[in-house]
Design a protein around this ligand. Structure first.
Ligand SMILES: Cc1cc2nc3c(=O)[nH]c(=O)nc-3n(C[C@H](O)[C@H](O)[C@H](O)COP(=O)(O)O)c2cc1C
Length: 204
């Protein structure tokens, strides 16, 4: 029997139409995000934040910053997925629970911190890492939402400066993606066909 996660991958689609009469509970949002944060991040930095935009007023503000895309207000919640520029000095703190659980040594955690200092001295690499972490978080959130029976719609069509201003993002925070989540309305396209495996998979 096929594993359920493979079925979710096969059946997920990028939703454009949401049933605006269907909400999402605090607990459902907390469940989705609690799975999303199990996604991996470099050095386990967990350099992300998830803003659940759910109040009607906040959704209207976000929609205005998202080129007026109706799914921002129709979906039960629209997440702002934020990637945070990595702070090497946070590595040891973030790894402390793994040290306490005897998964890794404190020395090793300090070596990881030193590695992060070297790697993220390059601002381009630091920015890439913020985008990478947020993208992994968004993808995992998407599948957690699918597993709970919700549809999702990722969006890059928004004014980053407007989102930054209206939702009080800190200087080291990047609004990487919006993700509308809610119950699908009829009429959505199914998942679109993909390029052929042979065109994207290289054997070396
Ligand atoms: C990073 C990213 C940004 C996207 N931005 C938008 C968007 O702003 N508006 C929109 O309607 N769809 C957006 N999409 C949806 C894509 O068009 C959709 O994922 C693609 O057509 C594949 O659809 P499928 O997953 O249903 O097959 C975005 C998707 C991704 C992954």
């Amino acid at each position: 029997m096929q594993h359920e996660i493979l079925t979710l991958i096969e059946t997920r689609f990028s939703a454009n139409l949401f049933d605006a009469s269907q909400g999402v509970s605090d607990q459902e949002i907390e469940t989705m995000v609690s799975y999303a944060i199990r996604a991996p991040t470099a050095y386990n930095l967990q350099n992300w934040r998830f803003v659940a935009v759910r109040s009607p007023d906040a959704k209207v503000r976000l929609r205005a910053a998202a080129h007026d895309q109706p799914k921002v207000t129709d979906a039960a919640v629209a997440f702002i997925i934020i990637g945070i520029l990595p702070d090497p000095d946070a590595v040891v703190t973030r790894l402390a629970p793994a040290v306490d659980a005897a998964i890794m040594s404190r020395d090793m955690a300090e070596r990881w911190r030193d590695g992060a200092r070297t790697l993220y001295a390059d601002p381009a690499i630091a920015r890439d890492e913020a985008v990478r972490s947020a993208t992994f978080g968004a993808a995992t959130l998407m599948f957690a939402a699918s597993a709970l029976g919700f549809a999702s719609g990722p969006m890059v069509g928004f004014d980053a400066a407007g989102v930054r201003r209206d939702f009080d993002l800190a200087d080291d925070e990047l609004p990487v993606m919006l993700l509308a989540v809610g119950r699908a309305a009829p009429g959505n396209w199914p998942q679109k066909p993909r390029r052929l495996l042979g065109d994207v998979l290289e054997w070396v």
